[in-house]
Design a protein around this ligand. Structure first.
Ligand code: COA
Length: 259
């Protein structure tokens, strides 16, 4: 089924996913979440895709949050379902994807928009980006993982300040508190993301997916060190491991197959 609210472009093993509702500042309505769910499953199964870059269309917003017009009349049960569905369909899916996802934050990343960026593995922001979790100013809390992922990235104190004040921070502030990895000009944003992606593409996809599982296990409280031992051991059974070590010994560049 074709997409209405997002676009996908693939080149050099990198898939660019763009959320395309610029007139609504790319706000995440349920239809867009469903499309992103399908798109990320598609990239996960695409043998040619090694890294995904996620961005928003236009020069104003990455994503200005969940679509307020859709949920303002929801009941307690519907609110709970909205959050649960979002976690399963999109935010956890991205975090646990076996391929690295880089958020190219090209403007406002607010509420669900910042939560979406935080579910990605790496974040790069343009210097005009503004980030925040303004939910308490609407009488609600972050419901797409923000109360958990923001403290992981910036620490509990800074996360509490950002959530309680509902204020936006600048890209430079986000860099200072480690919410983003890099800040660039708007013009350079996608290039910088592609440079990181290109570097990742040189490495073993099987090892990278094992690293994702191992790192995430620790943050999920699932005994990360035990997961590391298991995943480390499994690497020895892969063709990528044989190729990577042999290429080193033969003083040549490895040709990884992701097997
Ligand atoms: N949900 C639904 N629609 C949204 C939206 C959201 N989260 N964020 C922006 N929009 C819509 C606006 O309603 C407006 O639509 P309209 O032209 O049909 O009225 C359009 O996007 C442009 O937004 P606008 O507010 O006019 O732009 P601005 O430059 O004046 O302000 C923001 C930009 C980001 C400061 C402002 O849009 C905003 O505060 N958005 C909500 C942020 C938020 O609280 N997110 C968390 C949601 S849980």
């Amino acid at each position: 089924m074709p997409y209405k609210n997002i676009t996908l472009q693939s080149e050099n093993n990198i898939t660019l996913v763009t959320i395309n509702r610029p007139d609504k500042l790319n706000a995440l309505n349920i239809e867009t979440i469903d499309e992103l769910h399908r798109a990320f499953l598609e990239t996960e199964n695409d043998q040619n895709c090694k890294v995904i870059i996620l961005t928003g269309s236009g020069n104003k917003a990455f994503v200005a949050g969940a679509d307020i017009s859709e949920f303002y009349k929801f009941t307690v049960e519907q609110g709970k379902q909205l959050s649960a569905d979002g976690h399963t369909k999109l935010f956890n899916l991205i975090e646990d994807l076996s391929k690295p996802v880089i958020a190219a934050i090209n403007g406002f990343a607010l509420g669900g928009g910042l939560e979406l960026a935080m579910s990605c593995h790496i974040r790069v922001a343009s210097n005009n980006a503004k980030m925040g979790l303004p939910e308490v100013s609407l009488g609600v809390i972050p419901g797409y993982g923000g109360t958990q992922r923001l403290p992981q990235l910036v620490g509990k104190g800074k996360a509490m300040e950002m959530i309680f004040t509902a204020q936006m921070i600048t890209a430079q502030d986000a860099l200072n508190c480690k919410l983003v990895n890099y800040v660039t000009s708007s013009e350079e944003l996608l290039n910088q993301c592609k440079e990181i992606a290109t570097q990742i593409c040189k490495n073993s996809p099987t090892a990278i997916s094992a690293a994702v599982r191992s790192i995430n296990a620790g943050f999920a409280g699932n005994n990360g060190l035990n997961t590391e031992i298991e995943e480390f051991g499994k690497c020895f059974g892969t063709a990528d491991f044989k190729e990577g070590t042999l290429a080193f010994l033969e003083k040549r560049k490895p040709q990884f197959t992701g097997c």
